[in-house]
Design a protein around this ligand. Sequence first.
Ligand SMILES: C[S@@+](CC[C@H](N)C(=O)[O-])C[C@H]1O[C@@H](n2cnc3c(N)ncnc32)[C@H](O)[C@@H]1O
Length: 213
Amino acid sequence: MGDLPKDQAKRAPWVISADTSDELRARYDQWAQTYDSDLEDVDAYAAPQMVAEKLSEFAVPDGAVLDVACGTGLCGKAFHAAGFFNLTGIDYSENMLALAGKRGVYRDLQRADLNDPLAFDDNTFHAVTVVGLSLHFPPAAYHEFARVLSPGGLIFYCGDETSFDERGMRALCEAYVAAGKWVDVEETASFKPLPASEPGLDYRIFIHQVIDK
Ligand SMILES: C[S@@+](CC[C@H](N)C(=O)[O-])C[C@H]1O[C@@H](n2cnc3c(N)ncnc32)[C@H](O)[C@@H]1O
């Protein structure tokens, strides 16, 4: 599997080039300790703040937010600073979750693999956020997001448009919209989340509302 590259700018590309989900988790476990400094010192990682601004625009502040693939909690930190205090985080990397816990911004943190059903009851959350997982995101997780969201709940997916299209997320969302169950809320303009280490990478935020289930 190899070791974390010494060059900070090479770490993100190395982690996401993992071939299997188990390898990816092991690489995130290795990356956890330097993840924040790599993204914030080298890159000024913008995605958490961008999603926090969209949460503020569309979601109710006292609503329960599920931060999917929360990593070290950079999103939780940004959401908390934007006035969202009812935060639950899930991730499958133990080392990432341990660091998220140290931030003290999540009410609940759980280890979970997005390839499996979520361990939450129906209608538990008002918003679901997914940030930075494009290449490895399992599209079927969207069905689980709809299940755990209350009617009127919002999904904020922040990732690259090519993966969104090629991995089938757009088609899945369009089918829900065509069936009258979801509404397209917004697809934002693109921005560069990692301008130093991944200058060719563009992210958008895809926002959908679950109206009917
Ligand atoms: C690039 S990090 C993003 C973390 C955080 N959302 C952020 O923006 O800083 C991706 C995270 O997704 C998690 N992850 C990847 N695949 C996963 C899966 N199948 N189930 C749960 N978590 C997963 C990794 O452990 C890692 O913490």
